[in-house]
Design a protein around this ligand. Structure first.
Ligand code: C2O
Ligand code: CU
Ligand code: CU
Length: 555
């Protein structure tokens, strides 16, 4: 079997009919929807209190664009995106996630019973909630087999109680919560099960960053719609599974649950907490001046992006960028200064190839619009300090273990259609092989032998990106050893120094990350005790089809 070729896979999927329904939907929705018609919604804030904070998953209808009928969705507490949960660092909160969802899946035709965890006999609707980027104990981490059904009638083999405790023992940052049920995460998230979770602390408060009305979360997700406004998730019936597709790519982009919205801003600084919550799409974004209706005025200078934070919190110092490359699950904390831009409009454009970086599938070229249409309501006294939150760099000399971990893909011989994605050649159900000792530091070399980039996420820890380096595929195939074929490449300016939990592993390169595997603060562990977590590709179609592995941190 062929081992490379997510690029080819994209084309194969087209041949197999993946692009068929996508094109149809595009004609019915994407092309006909007026850009920037609707205001950007901001999800309501949920500040958890003492005792158990209950959040319920339900089915409801919500209008995602004013020219579209309301769409049937699933969401937390009846909204999409879910409420933005806000806590202080060190504040311990208890949550109980519950489901009042129907027993049949909203995207029933796309449920694939040949995928791990979704086999015949498993309840069709299963959910579990993961707080992405949080340092928590396993029983609160949303292990993919800790799922439950409506009313907790059935629970998965790893289910360990309804109550989750988030101790928030980490610096201020933007986390997000989303569904993580084995074999069906891609469909559950697509229905709307995602929301922000912000941790704040005194250190961040002391920086005088834009806040209040001037701090806005932006959850970016692509979707496909049928003509009646219902969600469309394409299926392939002559693929390598029942109906699984290798990646979901939509032709419309939603921000905070609205298709191509606009935001009216004052001529001042704004802080945007950006999250790519898409199943598979990478966005490569720039800010381009436009007319109010969205016609691009290409040659005019636009404000820069001041990136002040990423997955695990504030950067040591701001990084100025004119373009943003965001993989699924990555968070970018950005300040844009609209001072002196009165009356101007700016479109956040996208030209990120899909799949990334090889391309072949539909690419929606716009994300949203900013209109500097509001009068300044008061002097902008906020700042972007030169020093944000210093970071101690981990040294590879501290690493007690280096793991070479292969990212690979098995493809069908006849047409290259992907069968599964694998991590280190193993499947979800194979025994645990990544067993870092608690408190120790390890280097993981992500050896990407596929034709695509994969956003790799490790639960529990924040890691640091060391470097990337080209390697010989042939030598790897023959010996399963790394032979470098060129010099190391420095990470992007917003990748190091930075606290990351998701990293882009590019094809043809070894991506080297370093992490200290500390258990959550205050954990009482007996020697040898195992703490179960996971690491995986955050392209949800890959995660659902074997590109996820268990990981045990051993005390
Ligand atoms: Cu955002 Cu294990 O996932
Ligand atoms: Cu996570
Ligand atoms: Cu992947």
């Amino acid at each position: 079997m062929n081992r490379r070729g997510f690029i080819k896979a994209g084309l194969a999927a087209g041949a197999a009919g993946l692009l068929g329904p996508a094109r149809l939907a595009r004609a019915q929705t994407g092309d006909s929807l007026t850009r920037y018609l609707d205001h950007l919604p901001v999800p309501p804030v949920l500040r958890p209190g003492h005792g158990t904070n209950r959040v319920v998953m339900t089915e409801f209808r919500q209008q995602l664009h004013s020219q579209m009928p309301p769409t049937k969705l699933w969401g937390y507490n009846g909204i999409y995106p879910g409420p933005t949960i806000e806590v202080r660092a060190g504040q311990s909160v208890d949550f109980q996630w519950e489901s009042n969802l129907p027993l049949n899946h909203l995207l029933q035709s796309a449920v694939d019973h040949e995928l791990h965890g979704a086999n015949m006999g498993a309840p069709e609707v299963r959910n579990v909630v993961h707080l992405h980027g949080a340092r928590v104990l396993p029983h609160s981490d949303g292990f993919p087999e800790a799922w439950f059904t409506p009313g907790f009638k059935h629970t998965g083999p790893a289910f360990d109680g309804k109550l989750y405790t988030y101790t928030n023992g980490q610096p201020a940052t933007s986390l997000w919560y989303h569904d993580h049920a084995l074999g069906i995460t891609r469909l559950n998230v697509l229905t709307g099960l995602a929301g922000f979770y912000l941790i704040r602390d005194d250190q961040e408060d002391s920086l005088n960053l834009p806040d209040g009305d001037y701090e806005i979360p932006l959850l970016i997700q692509d979707r496909l719609f049928n003509g009646d406004g219902s969600l469309l998730y394409p299926i392939v019936t002559d693929g390598t599974q029942e109906v699984w597709i290798p990646e979901f790519f939509g032709d419309t982009v939603l921000v905070n649950g609205k298709v191509w919205p606009h935001l009216d801003v004052e001529p001042r600084k704004y802080r945007f907490r950006m999250l790519n919550g898409s199943n598979a799409r990478f966005y490569h974004m720039t800010l381009v001046e436009s007319t109010k209706s969205g016609q691009l005025l290409g040659n005019k200078p636009a404000p820069v992006f001041n990136q002040i934070g990423t997955d695990g919190g504030l950067l040591p110092a701001p990084v100025k960028l004119t373009e943003l490359l965001m993989a699924p699950a990555e968070r970018f904390d950005i300040v844009i200064d609209f001072s002196d831009q009165d009356g101007k409009n700016f479109v956040l454009t996208n030209d990120g190839p899909a799949p990334f970086p090889g391309g072949g599938e539909v690419v929606p070229t716009e994300v949203m619009q900013f209109r500097v249409s509001k009068r300044l309501s008061g002097r902008d006294t906020s700042s972007v300090p030169k020093v944000l939150n210093p970071l101690q760099l981990l040294s590879r000399h501290d690493a007690v273990q280096t793991r070479d971990l292969e990212l690979s893909e098995l493809d069908r011989d006849s047409d290259g259609f992907p069968i599964v994605g694998l991590l280190d050649g193993l499947r979800w159900g194979d025994g645990v092989t990544e067993t870092p000792k608690a408190g120790t530091t390890e280097v993981w070399n992500l050896v990407n032998t596929t034709g695509d980039a994969h956003p790799i996420h490790v639960h529990l820890v924040e890691f640091q990106v060391l470097e990337r380096q080209p390697f010989s595929q042939d030598f790897w195939d023959a010996h399963r050893k790394i032979q470098y074929t060129g010099p190391p490449q420095a990470p992007a300016s917003n990748e190091r120094p930075a606290r990351k939990d998701t990293v882009i592993s590019y094809p043809g390169l070894v991506t080297k990350i370093i992490a200290k595997f500390d258990l959550p603060q205050g954990t009482h562990a007996s020697p040898g005790q195992r703490f179960h977590y996971v690491w995986h590709c955050h392209i949800l179609e890959h995660e659902d089809n074997e590109m996820m592995r268990p990981m045990d941190v051993i005390a």
